[in-house]
Each structure stands twice: as structure tokens, then as C-alpha cells.
Design a protein around this ligand. Sequence first.
Ligand code: NOJ
Length: 622
Amino acid sequence: MTRTTAWWKSAVVYQIYPRSFADSNGDGIGDLGGIIGRLDHLRALGVDVIWLSPIYRSPQADNGYDISDYRDIDPLFGTLAEFDTLLAKVHGLGMKLVMDLVVNHTSDEHAWFVESRSSRDNPKRDWYIWRDGRGGAEPNNWGSFFSGSAWEWDQPTEQYYLHLFDRKQPDLNWEHPQVRKAVQDMMVWWLDRGVDGFRMDVINFISKTEGLPDAPAIPEQRFVVAFDGFADGPHVHDYLAELTREVFSARHGDFITIGEMPGVTPARARLYTDPARGELNMVFQFEHVFIDQSRGNKFDYRGFELVALKKSLHRWQAALAETGWNSLYWNNHDQPRVVSRFGDDAPDYWAASAKALATVLHGMRGTPFVYQGEELGMTNYPFRTPQDHEDVEAVNYYERVLEQGGDETAALAGLAKMSRDNARTPMQWDAGPNAGFTTGDPWLPVNPNHSWLNAAAQLDATDSVFAHYQALIRLRHELAILVDGDFTPLMADDPQIWAYTRTTANAKLLVIANCGREPRTVDIGPEWIGAELLLGNLPDTTGASTALDLAGWDARIYSTTTPAEVSIGLTTDVKSDSGPSSRSVVSRTSATARGNSTDNPRASASSRNSRTSLVIKPVANP
Ligand code: NOJ
């Protein structure tokens, strides 16, 4: 097992989707001022890194993933001066800030593309991917991720350009050295400004297969999302290694690079994140979030089996155990809310299932990511009509279904379950108007459940979903075993229990969760007798014996030994006022032995509370 001290291995990243986080000027759209005003929330949660979804100048065809100027902030979000203020404040609070780097494509309104499309002999023509038609039609059968063909006809120059996403997002041609140089220069510009790294959007798509061949046909689909034609293409490793060399090698500092990689395989991920190859620190893989949809249509919701979900994530644990590094996520701005997807958002199970899913994810090896609102257990929105949807992917899909005479009711049900709008409804800060997100008209409606599901209701409650996330993040900082420990799945074929161990030479953790409503008794063997409960999500949870009685959505972390770094100067303090039927969180907190430097305000705050406490309190039903 590789042991390393890379700082990002024990870090937790928080993703902000600025448009939906907090609005400071009343225009109904979140902005940098809003983020600045809510940094205390992130400080209280305890995260180390903030990743900002795109805030660059953009026509907003894909909410900022269509960039028209990489070196400016969109006026919707603020100004470069406000960005500098935000960055200084984030650093002042001991956190880091990561930009979203969207360089597989630009906006069609970017100056590069405007030049490129101006004539066939423009010097920037080859900065993008232009082709002649084939027999009066598109150059190949590639489909866009946002429905329809991946090619757009440009009448003035009589050629098609490639866009794997919206027609307003033309793909850059990375084979052109000037394109790579322009991207590198832009990254250096942001690093000089002080940012701490990049999350790289669909970065495994930047090298297309030679000749852009047709993808194997799928029955009844004219256009096919052609992963084999653009994912993990022939030069992608060279391009990423070059990027690292040119942008980072001469720099001193603690940077982080995260590659978003739809369709990446474990073997490839190992190559991308092998430190010896100098490409990326970690990948965002997609296997587990493709599990409940049919191939080629994410809105065709198929349900899922826990065994398949576990096996997928466990496969990735095994594949990157010796070499490489994974990110761990349930949610982001492209995924429906996890508690409504893999959990149970009915009132009686909402909190417990949100905490249980968090527990099994944060117990694994990799860098955990928390998406805004996930730390509160935010749920899917009750979308009903086509007009409820804003996202380009959802809108195009619905139009396409209508055009093709498809089943509208099924399409709406699929959108309600899987659409990205679920992730993008405004952050629920309080029970007041618009959940405290804006004083104006929110760009996307606020979930009506903000009356009880909101940050204000959870922040000071020791038994909230928020408190559970706080505890998990604290454990990640404190326990080296969560970072480096070997991962061994248990009961892999059990359809309801998710269990595994993490092991180092002198310590062992058991992470176990009942991912269903029915209680279960689980035999875990004698080695866990008397094991210490580090974290649980229900009341009256006790130390382990050979058999555990797990209530619905009961999740626990046990430790057979107390690792030296956690035991320094700790005492235990148990309070209980929970009634028999109420739901509770049991959380243990302690001082961290890491990072307690006086110039780190978060570390000082933690050292002021240098006691361990085991707190049991009831959770109010929503
Ligand atoms: C992946 C991003 O996460 C998604 O939001 C975006 O629409 C596409 N890439 C295109 O940039």
C-alpha cells in the first residue's frame, strides 16, 4: 500500500454552484458577494477546499460551462476585484479555492471561435474541429450529450463544427499546439492570481480518435454518444502530462488537480493518477452514477440494486488501492440529490438515510466531495411540468421526445427523477421567503420543503445531517486509517447491508450501514466485541458485539483500536435525552493532532474544543 502525505488525501472538498448558492444583490441569481457572506457555513462544516463551478464570462447557455472569456468574471456573479476579495477571505479562513477549468470546449461567443468561424483560412480555423459533411449530412453519427447531433452546420463557411455538448459549446482542437499553449497560459494567469488548483471539466474528452469514426449504432437512435470516439483518446495522457509540466512544475505551493472523466475505466484512472506519470491528482469517475439509467438515455430511470452499487464503488476501491487516487462523491451539479436517489426521502427515513449514505461514502479511500446542500440532506424537487425545467439538457430532451412522438409522461417522470435541475434549486438557508437564498425572484424555484429542511434548523443541532457531515469531515482529518487504510468489502452480496473494513498495521475500522427500512441483525464476528463506536446515526447505539441489531438506515463506524493520534488528551462526555422512538445521531468529536497551527483559524477553533464528546440527542421529525 502506498503511503503518502499529499495534503489533498486527507482533505474534504465542498462544491459551490454559484448561481444557486447565495444571492447578495437581489437579482435572483447567486453571486460572489453571496458566497463571501456564507463562508462561515463552510468554516463550521470544516471543509478544506472550495471548488467553484464556472464564474467566468459566459452567455450561460450551459450555466457557465460555456465560457466566452477565461480571464474575466461574468457580471452575473461579480467582478475580478470581488473574486480577489473572496480568495483572500477563503485563504484567511485556512481553506483553498479551486476553479472549474472548462477547456474541452469554449462558448461559440469566445473570441477564438468567433475568429475560427469567420473564414476557412483564418489562422484560428484549426483551433476547433471542422469537417465537411458526408453525403449531404453530418460527418459522422456522433450524438451530443444534450440530444441530437454533435455537429452544427455553419452556412457561411459550409462546414460542420463538433460540439459534444450544446451547439453553443464548440470543441477545441487540442491537437493544435497553440490551443494547448493558450490553455496553459490561462491556467498560469489564475495561479498567479492565487487559486489553488483546478477541477477539469470532461478532461478525458480532449483527444479525439483519429478520423472521427462512426460509433456502433444503437437501435432506434440516429445519433449515438460515441464514448469510444472521444473518451481517453490517443494523446490525452501526453496532453495532461504536458499541462502539468508547463503549468505546475516550476511552481511552489500546495495545488490540487481533479479530472472529471465520464466513461473512464479503473485501469485508465490508475494511469491518470499515478504520481509517477505527473498527470492529475485524482479522477471523478461515473460508473456508480450510471447505474440506475439505461445506456444512451439517462432519463430512462431503471432503479438500482444495492449489490450493484456497492460492487461498482468497491471495484474502484480495489483498482486504485496500490497506485492512483479517487474522488468520492454522491452529488454534484449534474446529479439528482442522493437522498432521493439511493436513499429514502420519506419523512421517517430522510435524515437517517442521508447520514447513512454519507457514512459509507466518507468511510472509503479517496477524497470526499460534498455538494452544496448535501450536508443538509437536500432532496429532489417535486418537478411536474415541462415548464418547471431550466437546464439545457432537460429542455432539449423533452423537445426531442415530443418531436419523435415519444411518451411525454414517462419523459416528465424521468426528468423529475434524474434531471440536473434537482441539484440546482437554491440552497436552503432558512425557513423564510425563498429559503434565505435571495430577496428577489429566484432563477429556479426553491424546494417547498425548506420550511423544515434548512441550514438554520440544523446548524446548532448536534443530531442534524449537518452535524453528521461535520463529524465525518473531522474523522477524515483525524484518522490516518481513513486515508491510507486498506479496504476490504464484507457481505458484498447482501442486498441491504453495506459493510467494509479499513485496516492498517495497528488499527481497524468497521463501516456498516443498513440501507433499507427493515431492521437487520448482522453477525460481524468476535473480533468486534467491545469495539469503540466512533460514529453512529441513531439513538441508543452501543459498542459492538458479535451481532449488531441494525434499525432501518442505521449506520455506524467502529474502531477496534484507538489510533494514537486521536487519543491525545481526550475525555468522554455522554449526554442523552432521547426518547425511545426518536431518531438521533451519535457523534464523537475530538481534537485533531493535525494542522493545529496558530495561524490556521480553523485549527485554533478545533483546539479550543479539545475534548471528545459522545452526544445523543433527538432529531425532530420533519
Ligand atoms: C460536465 C459538467 O459537469 C456539466 O455540467 C457540463 O454541462 C458539461 N461538462 C459540459 O461542460
